[in-house]
Design a binder for this molecule. Structure first.
Ligand code: AMP
Length: 444
């Protein structure tokens, strides 16, 4: 299979040649023909699968061959993405694919001045990549009209819902022309995503290029159990012991990111951090320096977890486990890309057992556990597995109630301290974080 046999026009083929793309990836093979034919699409594709080209190539072709010239303050195609970083990255890819086409492209997102964006939109733009909040601001200030819009693309749709953009998506949806092509891309399909698709898509073709909710098999994953307060020490120990050349580290909070970066820098490590409190320019600079291997350790909240294309990243560390299990897949998707192998190590404390269990259930695997000799936790992390059971060791062995002094097996790992549960009969009771379509959460 070649890009030419998929029906792409010569200027696109020329751009792909320059980029060194020789063979279409599976998502491209499956998405390009139906999108060219004008169909709606619902695609499950992990990051790193080539999904951007999967939607952008046929989109650019249709915009070139069909439809009117773009009018002032108008757009002909809209690509919605969850984060500013992703907006920049997706736009850069589209710009490269459109190199030899008479089409204009642009990206808008919050955290930077809106005025230059309004100026740029005056002449109209064929393809606009946008984060939902800033797009609505521009629309409400009459800098942007949707009457010419012929294609809408929701990229990383699950992430948009998870970041609490469902209200914004509803408002955008209400403002768009009813007759349009819609493509939805999501790394994972949750119920909320299916609901969104039912609302926004018209008889979509569904494609799935990787097993649902399964992390790439090229990533070697394991857990190191540790007490919460010793995580920084353990991280530094592993960094030295395993000679990590470049590592992306995920922490739960902005404060957590800053504290770890400060500690690492204090020890002379080449570390930087990105999170939502930092200005966009600072975030982008840290990311660019990390991509250029000028920074060895990048510590991030989940803003950096999705969609970012960092070549050949060998190691991802979950300093804290993600609150939403799906984010685990996105985080570790930063490594083991494009046929390379990678490793993903999670530092897990007893408080995080439910999060670990949710991840194991979602990815249908029991993560291998290791202990570092000097870091054996005082608070043991209860045993978990891919069925969702959390098997706690009783704190104290209770005295047997039965008379006669007969020895009784107290059961290895039961909450109540009575008999061991039948693994089939006992339904796990645990709180699994779910995607929510409710009110906006604080950004990470
Ligand atoms: P994406 O999943 O869209 O973020 O793409 C992941 C990476 O794969 C990007 O660096 C793309 O430039 C690259 N890529 C996409 N399609 C191809 C292809 N057909 N051949 C080679 N590289 C590709």
């Amino acid at each position: 299979m070649t890009f030419a046999t998929l029906g792409l026009i010569e200027p696109l083929l020329r751009a792909l040649e320059t980029l060194g793309y020789q063979t279409p990836t599976p998502v491209q093979t499956q998405a390009i023909p139906p999108v060219l034919a004008g169909r709606d699409l619902m695609a499950a594709a992990q990051t790193g699968t080539g999904k951007t080209a999967g939607f952008a190539l046929p989109l650019l072709q249709r915009l070139t061959l069909e439809g009117p010239k773009v009018a002032a303050n108008s757009i002909r195609a809209l690509v919605l993405v969850p984060t500013r970083e992703l907006a920049e990255q997706v736009h850069e890819s589209i710009r490269q694919y459109a190199e030899h086409l008479p089409l204009s492209t642009y990206a808008v997102y919050g955290g930077v001045s809106i005025n230059p964006q309004m100026m740029k939109l005056r002449k109209g733009v064929d393809v606009l990549v946008a984060t939902p909040g800033r797009l609505l601001d521009l629309h409400r200030q009459n800098a942007l009209k949707f009457s010419q819009l012929q294609t809408l693309i929701l990229d990383e749709a699950d992430r948009m819902l998870d970041l609490g953009f469902s209200e914004e998506l509803r408002s955008i949806y209400a403002a768009l022309p009813k007759r349009r092509q819609t493509l939805l891309f999501s790394a994972t399909f949750s119920d909320a995503i299916r609901q969104l698709a039912a609302q926004m898509l018209d008889d979509p073709l569904t494609i799935e290029v990787s097993p649902r909710n399964v992390a790439a098999s090229s990533v070697k994953q394991w857990v190191v159990t540790v007490d919460k307060k010793r995580k920084p020490e353990l991280f530094i120990h592993l960094l030295k012991k395993l000679h990590w050349s470049q590592v992306l580290v995920f922490a739960k909070t902005r404060v957590g990111v800053d504290q770890l970066v400060e500690r690492l820098q204090g020890l002379g490590f080449n570390a930087d951090g990105i999170h939502g409190d930092k200005p966009q320019a600072t975030r982008q600079r840290a990311l660019d320096r990390f991509k250029a291997s000028e920074v060895q350790i990048l510590v991030a909240t989940d803003v950096a977890a999705r969609g970012l294309d960092i070549d050949d990243l060998p190691t991802v560390v979950n300093f804290d486990l993600p609150i939403v299990a799906e984010d685990y897949i996105h985080r570790i998707g930063r490594t083991g890309r494009a046929g390379l192998t990678g490793e993903a190590i999670s530092l897990v404390c007893a408080d995080e057992v439910e999060l670990l269990s949710a991840i194991e259930t979602l990815t249908r695997q029991t993560l291998r556990r290791e202990e570092e000799p000097d870091f054996t936790p005082e608070h043991r992390v209860p045993t978990t597995d891919s069925t969702g059971q959390i098997l706690k060791k009783p704190k104290k062995a209770k005295k047997p109630k039965i008379s006669g002094g007969g020895k009784r097996n107290l059961g290895k790992w039961v909450d109540s301290g009575d008999t061991a549960p039948d693994p089939v009969a006992v339904k796990p009771v645990r709180k699994v974080p779910v995607f929510n379509t409710g009110p906006r959460k604080k950004k990470p």
